[in-house]
Design a protein around this ligand. Structure first.
Ligand code: FAD
Length: 382
C-alpha cells in the first residue's frame, strides 16, 4: 500500500493551489456578496488547462487521472465554494456524460470546447416533481423526423443560466414504467424553445448560478441522443457515482479552509492573557476536525483511485461524499465556535464556508440517499 501522491498528482496540487490562492481566494468573498459568477477566473482556468482535466488530450483535455481531478476540486473549493461547485458541475455533470457515452463525433463537437474552457456545461436532471426520485422524470423527448422535440422543466441546475450545452434527461418512451424509457440528450442552449427561468437566491454558493430550465417544443437534432435510447437512467447513475467524488472533494476543500482558519485564529486571539489555542477545549475542536477531514480525504481519494483502476466505486464514492460532507460540517461548525462572535459576522470567511458546505449534504443525492446507496451495496439488493 502506498499513500504517496504521484509526481503528477503533487504537481497538479501545487499548480491549482497556486492559481486558487492568487486568482480565486481574493475574490471569493466579493462574488458571494454580489451573487456574481466569476467569468474572468473561469476563462483563466481554461487557459490553465484544467477545464477538461480528466479528458484525453485529443478532446482538448489534460489526460489527468481522477485523483488529480479530485485534488483540483479540493484546492479550488479551499479557495472558494462557488468556484468549486461550478467547476465540479462543468466536468462531472456537464462534460462526463459526453466522455462516457458520446460518439466520436459528439466528443469532437461538444466535449472539446467544454474541455478547452470555451464553453460551460450543465446537467438537467432534477425536476420540480423529481428530486431524489430522479427516475420519475416528467420531461419528454419525442422523435419527429430528424429531430427530438423536448417538453418539460428542470430545477436547481448549476450553471443553468450560462451553459452552452445542457445534458438533458428525458423520457423517450412514456409508456415504459418507472425509470425505464429514459434517455439523455445534448441540448445546445441557443435552440428555440429552450429558456432559462428564475435564478435561485441561495443560502450559500452564491457566486455559482443555479436556475430553472424550460423546454417548450424545443427541437434538437436526432443525432444529439447520447448512447442508446432507453439507457439514460443507468447512464445517470454512473455519472452520479463520479459526481459524488467531486462533491466529496469539494467538502474536503471547504473543511480544510475552515480548519486552517481555525488554527490561525486560535493562535492570534488572546483571552485570559493567553492565546485561545492554549485552552484544551479549543485544541479538541481542532483535533476532531483535523482527524475527520484526514479520514474523509482517504475515502474520497480511494474512490477516485478505484475509478482510475477501472473498478466499481459506487459504494466508496457514496461513503466518501457522505463522510466528507459531515467532516466538513464539523470543521465549519468548530471554526465558527472558535471565532465565536466574530465568526458569526461577515467580517470573517468562516460563515461563508459554513453556508457553502451545507450543499455537500444535499446535491448529487442527499445524505439520506447516500446511506441508501451504501446500505444497498452492503446488504445486497432487497
Ligand atoms: C445548489 C444546488 C445545485 C444543484 N445542482 C444540480 C444540477 O446541476 N443538476 C441537477 O439535476 N440537480 C441539481 N441540484 C438538485 C439536487 O440534486 C437535489 O436538490 C437533490 O437531489 C435532492 O432533491 P430534492 O431537493 O428534490 O429533495 P427531495 O427528493 O424532495 O427530498 C426531500 C427530503 O426527503 C428525503 N428523501 C427523499 N427520498 C428519500 C428516500 N427514499 N429515503 C430517505 N429519505 C428520502 C431527502 O433525503 C430529503 O431530506 C442542485 C441543488 C442545489 C441546492
Amino acid at each position: 500500500m502506498d499513500f504517496q501522491l504521484s509526481e503528477e498528482q503533487r504537481m497538479i496540487r501545487e499548480m491549482v493551489r497556486d492559481f486558487a490562492e492568487n486568482e480565486i481566494m481574493p475574490i471569493a468573498s466579493e462574488i458571494d456578496r454580489e451573487g456574481r459568477f466569476p467569468f474572468e477566473t473561469f476563462k483563466k482556468m481554461g487557459d490553465l488547462g484544467i477545464m477538461g482535466l480528466p479528458w484525453p488530450e485529443e478532446y482538448g483535455g489534460a489526460g489527468a487521472d481522477t485523483v488529480c481531478y479530485a485534488i483540483a476540486v479540493e484546492e479550488i473549493s479551499r479557495a472558494c465554494g462557488s468556484h468549486g461547485i461550478s467547476y465540479a458541475a462543468h466536468i462531472s455533470l456537464g462534460s462526463s456524460p459526453i466522455y462516457l457515452f458520446g460518439s466520436e463525433e459528439q466528443k469532437r463537437k461538444y466535449l472539446t470546447p467544454l474541455a478547452r474552457g470555451e464553453a460551460i456545461g450543465a446537467l438537467g436532471l432534477t425536476e420540480p416533481e423529481a428530486g431524489s426520485d430522479a427516475g420519475s422524470t416528467k420531461t419528454t423527448a419525442v422523435l419527429d423526423g430528424n429531430e427530438w422535440v423536448i417538453n418539460g422543466a428542470k430545477s436547481l441546475i448549476t450553471n443553468g443560466p450560462l451553459a452552452e450545452t445542457v445534458i438533458t434527461v428525458a423520457k423517450t418512451d412514456p409508456s415504459a414504467p418507472g425509470s425505464h424509457g429514459i434517455s439523455t440528450l445534448i441540448v445546445e442552449t441557443d435552440r428555440p424553445g429552450f429558456s432559462v427561468g428564475k435564478e435561485e437566491d441561495k443560502f450559500g454558493l452564491r457566486g455559482s448560478p443555479t436556475s430553472q430550465l424550460f423546454y417548450e417544443e424545443c427541437r434538437i437534432p436526432k443525432e444529439n441522443l447520447l448512447g442508446k435510447e432507453g439507457e439514460g437512467f443507468g447512464q445517470i447513475l454512473e455519472v452520479l457515482d463520479g459526481g459524488r467524488i467531486s462533491i466529496g472533494a469539494m467538502a474536503l476543500g471547504l473543511g480544510q479552509a475552515a480548519l486552517e482558519a481555525s488554527v490561525k485564529y486560535a493562535k492570534e486571539r488572546h483571552q485570559f492573557g493567553r492565546p485561545i489555542a492554549d485552552f484544551q477545549a479549543v485544541q479538541w475542536m481542532i483535533a476532531d476536525a483535523a482527524t475527520r477531514l484526514e479520514a474523509a480525504r482517504l475515502l474520497v481519494y480511494k474512490s477516485a483511485y478505484l475509478e482510475d483502476q477501472g473498478k466499481k466505486f459506487t459504494k466508496e464514492a457514496a461513503m466518501g461524499k457522505l463522510f466528507a460532507s459531515e467532516a466538513a460540517e464539523l470543521a465549519c461548525f468548530n471554526a465558527m465556535q472558535i471565532y465565536a462572535g466574530y465568526g458569526y459576522t461577515k467580517d470573517y470567511p468562516v460563515e461563508r464556508f459554513y453556508r457553502d458546505n451545507r450543499l455537500t449534504q444535499i446535491g448529487e443525492g442527499t445524505s439520506e440517499i447516500q446511506r441508501l446507496v451504501i446500505a444497498r451495496q452492503v446488504l445486497g439488493a432487497r
